[in-house]
Design a binder for this molecule. Structure first.
Ligand SMILES: Nc1ncnc2c1ncn2[C@@H]1O[C@H](COP(=O)(O)OS(=O)(=O)O)[C@@H](OP(=O)(O)O)[C@H]1O
Length: 887
């Protein structure tokens, strides 16, 4: 910058001289001299700008030192401890968090932190009653967290007994932050029955971790953090043997560094529970201070009897993307390659099995300056030292190309490796800019499999880049997609000044900040770095070596590395639920839209779905809706006629493209409403979540029929389709089958009755969709007065061209149903399978089902009343002996 400023000042003087009409010869000479200096400076500037031949300052050197307490003897943590108790109590993997006010800062921090640890959180504000703590015979929470311990101490007797009894019964403890009740007044509180006092609002410096206790797992005892601590603190004083100090600190500015005795203030304390049988961890300040996160993780593990603990193994994979990619001046030179090898040798000693993964694009080999080309050659010379994986040959974004091109580019890259003797680890590959990985571009996945036999890849984009702690893995078409972490080093982060906050910013990210917290909370880390981070200031090496050292100073983590496929297997063994992808809408997120093929369009996604249940008239409704010029259904499917059955079956794993191919491209996207109906979505456990992820604004239509009648119609449908169990058993045998019945009969029994548990299924849809997005149709009304049903649906859908269905539907006496009007004399009705004749239900089955569905129907009536929705007539009739619930 300075150089540039000087050059321009000089340039201005020269132009002033040039414009002087009365210049003497001497001035002219000065002018020529000045011009030559300016041009040299410009050359120098250009050279520096491109990094040509100009020696630069040495790259920064890692400087982490572990400060620790030399006086203590008990510093060894039992790393084999899992905090697990030998009990058989059933407790959910969830925390109860009682906050002071909604959305308090620390409340939010605690929530994010728990989310990063994948711990589900139930919030409650202190003014509300304590939520139900047990469910049947299991505990709903593995730990109870109070944003302020004073809230716990001041609970009314009833709530206090509830909490304490729960903690005793389920052997869990309390984690709490300690703040004055009212920030403005208190500076001290003594709690008699707990033999402890709190001194509030103190400014502290330095934080020395106490000796090994049964609590410490991750934390390294005896380590000292130097410097002023953020915010104000509460310190704890007690002589009771139940308390063990977890840390020691000093009053800011009061003591000299040399005086070890000055560490006499306790900012975090562990109550073993000798007074009331409940273990507790009390923290004198919130999560703003980085070390409190480690205290909190150990506390969560201990207080939950190991249920909320994470393993001490931390897997680290480092990908160096863009090998051979990058413009002149930011590539690696010979010395950088040597530094990479040397760093790898050092890191191998710290991280078991560590090896850099080099992602190369052969198309850019020798594309740098002479010195950088030598660097490329050096990488090839040292090829055996690294694990190589493939990018695209010319670093193209796969989503922009057809399959043939992608395949040929991959083959070129393969050929490059063969020509240069590189043994590529073909089971792992990464796509430039995450393109094609998520949102999934099918040709990339199939080409990867065909050309390389890829089994694992990684991306930052699933389900979204941010928040980073929500990144997850998934498996698609047999390829494990693992989440990657960003460490703040992008292609453009060449010098330390390029990092946000410069070297100091990078240091604070490593020393307790973002990068450190990532390793702390994430057992499997895949860091994404780039070639440019290993040339010039070699920031990636600085970051990695500093991080490893810092992690070892403060934690008992064992650092490990595995080849990508093994790492993938480990990931999905640890998080089996992640295997299932959850497709989101690329058009809802600009980053995804930018890596989605241009010919794809979200116009081909439905704006509403008829979700069932089966046998309630869904096909009739489907055909009535399709009569509307602006309402367009999906194309027929080979397997299930009009039903796609995407969200509830394995079809979901075929991917978004497969689903969208069932929808025509609408001529008038702004006014056309695409829809589909799949009558099994209604009772599917997975469908509501999956539909909401892809189509959060979709409208949902549900048809409700007397569940007993529905079950009978379904049974007849199964007989019609020659289901052997239905043919061999009477309806009564099916609906009354007990646990002792044959497996086939039990299965048929469940399939017959489960869809009719309407309240239970509706609640699940309501977990993901607001009530105003869900429209209920009364099946009897659909059968007897479809014109009115279609009128209400059009209103609900806000259809632009209203259609008067009285002109288009007509009762057909032969069919016994309303059918589509084709002409004065001709109707188009549904086929024989809909509305076929069968005997009425026997009385015994009717009675049985009446009592079977009774409580479910009551729940349904309560649910509908709570949304001020009119009850269908059949429901009122079913419950006529019960008082209608008040809304
Ligand atoms: N207009 C019209 N035409 C034909 N059938 C009609 C109509 N309106 C409602 N119904 C009733 O719809 C029942 C079939 O429901 P579904 O289409 O939802 O069945 S399926 O789930 O798709 O198999 C079918 O049930 P069954 O009579 O038991 O077969 C019909 O009673």
């Amino acid at each position: 910058m300075l150089l540039r400023r000087e050059m321009f000042r000089c340039y201005n003087s020269v132009t002033r001289l040039l414009s002087c009409k009365r210049c003497s010869l001497l001035r002219s000479l000065v002018l020529i001299f000045a011009l030559s200096i300016v041009s040299s400076l410009f050359f120098l500037y250009r050279v520096m700008d491109t990094g040509l031949h100009v020696p630069r300052a040495n790259p920064p050197v890692p400087h982490i030192r572990c400060d620790s307490q030399p006086y203590s003897s008990n510093l060894n943590v039992d790393v084999s401890s899992h905090h697990r108790l030998d009990d058989r109590l059933r407790v959910a993997h969830r925390a109860l968090l009682i906050t002071e006010v909604p959305n308090s800062k620390n409340g939010q921090r605690i929530r994010y932190f728990l989310n990063a640890l994948r711990i589900e959180v139930k919030f409650e504000i202190k003014s509300k009653a304590i939520p139900t703590l047990t469910n049947k015979k299991s505990g709903r929470f593995a730990v109870i967290i109070f944003e302020n311990y004073n809230t716990y101490l001041d609970l009314d007797t009833w709530s206090r007994q509830l909490v304490d009894k729960y903690c005793h019964d389920y052997r869990i403890g309390i984690l709490s932050f300690v703040r004055p009740v009212d920030e403005s007044t208190d500076s001290f509180r003594h709690v008699d029955n707990y033999h402890i006092s709190f001194h509030y609002n103190l400014a502290l410096m330095d934080f020395r971790i106490g000796e090994a206790t049964t609590l410490w797992r991750i934390m390294k005892p005896g380590s000292i953090w130097k410097g002023a601590l953020p915010d104000t603190w509460t310190i704890f004083k007690s002589n009771h043997s139940t308390y063990q100090p977890l840390a020691f600190s000093r009053i800011l500015g009061r003591f000299s560094d040399a005086d070890p005795k000055s560490y006499s203030y306790v900012p975090a304390i562990f109550d073993e529970g000798r007074i009331d049988g409940i273990p507790k961890v009390l923290l004198g300040s919130d999560l703003n201070f980085w070390l409190n996160s480690i205290v909190m993780m150990d506390a969560l593990s201990y207080l939950s009897s190991g249920r909320l603990g994470l393993p001490l193994d931390r897997y680290i994979q480092v990908d160096v993307d863009d090998i051979f990619v990058g413009k002149e001046g930011i590539r690696m030179k010979v010395s950088d390659v040597e530094a990479l090898v040397a760093a790898q040798e050092r890191l191998e000693k710290e991280i078991d099995g560590f090896q850099f993964n080099l992602g190369y694009s052969g198309g850019f080999f020798l594309f740098g300056t002479d010195e950088e080309d030598d660097g490329d050659r050096k990488l090839i010379e040292y090829r055996h030292k690294f694990r190589w994986f493939s990018h695209m040959f010319r670093h193209e974004q796969p989503h922009k190309f057809p399959k043939e091109y992608i395949e040929s580019a991959m083959k070129l890259n393969k050929q490059f490796a063969e020509e240069n003797g590189i043994q590529v680890y073909g089971q792992y590959a990464v796509a430039p800019h995450h393109s094609g990985v998520y949102p999934v571009y099918e040709p990339l996945y199939s080409s990867w499999k065909e050309v390389w036999g890829v089994k694992t890849t990684s991306t930052e984009e699933y389900p979204k880049l941010l928040p980073s702690w929500k990144r997850r893995g998934f498996i698609h078409k047999g390829i494990m997609v693992l989440p990657r972490q960003t460490c703040g080093l992008f292609t453009t982060t060449v010098y330390s000044s390029d990092f946000r906050g410069g070297l100091a910013g990078l240091d604070s990210s490593i020393q307790g900040g973002e990068i450190f917290q990532t390793v702390l909370t994430t057992p499997i880390n895949i860091f994404m770095t780039h070639l440019s981070n290993y040339g010039n200031d070699r920031l990636a090496l600085y970051m990695l070596e500093s991080l490893v050292k810092f992690v070892k100073c403060w934690t008992n983590f064992k650092l490990l590395s595995l080849p990508p496929v093994e790492l993938g297997l480990k990931y999905f063994e640890m998080y089996p639920a992640d295997k299932d992808p959850i497709w989101t809408n690329p058009c809802d997120y600009n980053r995804h839209l930018s890596i989605w093929p241009e010919n794809k369009t979200c116009d081909k996604l439905p704006s509403f779905i008829v979700v069932g249940p089966q046998k309630t008239g869904t096909t009739a409704l489907y055909s009535f809706l399709s009569q509307h010029p602006d309402i367009v259904s999906n194309l027929p499917t080979p397997k299930h006629f009009e039903e796609i059955q995407f969200f509830n079956t394995n079809n979901y794993y075929l991917g978004l493209d497969w689903y969208m191919d069932f929808f025509p491209q609408p001529d008038k996207p702004n006014t056309t409403l695409l829809f589909e109906k799949s009558a099994n979505y209604f009772e599917s456990d997975l469908a509501p979540k999956r539909v909401a992820a892809l189509l959060p604004r979709a409208k949902i239509i549900v048809i409700l029929m007397n569940p007993a009648k529905r079950a009978y119609s379904w049974y007849q449908h199964m007989r019609n389709h020659n289901d052997p169990t239905a043919l061999n058993h009477t309806f009564y045998e099916v609906v009354s089958a007990s646990d002792m019945a044959s497996q086939n009969l039990r299965a048929l029994h469940n399939r017959c009755l489960t869809p009719g548990l309407y309240a239970q299924h509706l609640v699940r849809w309501l977990d993901f969709f607001p009530a105003k997005q869900i429209h209920l149709v009364d099946s009897d009304e659909l059968r007897n007065d479809p014109v009115n049903v279609m009128h209400l649906i059009q209103k609900f859908l806000h259809v632009q061209n209203y259609m008067d269905y009285s002109q288009h539907l007509r009762y057909d006496p032969a069919k016994g149903f309303f059918c589509q009007v084709l002409s004065n004399k001709q109707n188009k009705c549904l086929g024989k399978s809909k509305g076929h004749k069968y005997p009425s239900m026997d009385h015994r089955s009717e009675q049985h089902l009446h009592s079977f569905y009774r409580k479910h129907n009551i729940n349904l009536s309560k649910l509908l009343s709570s949304f001020e929705t009119q009850l269908p007539e059949w429901l009122t009739t079913e419950l006529k002996d019960i008082e209608t619930p008040k809304t």
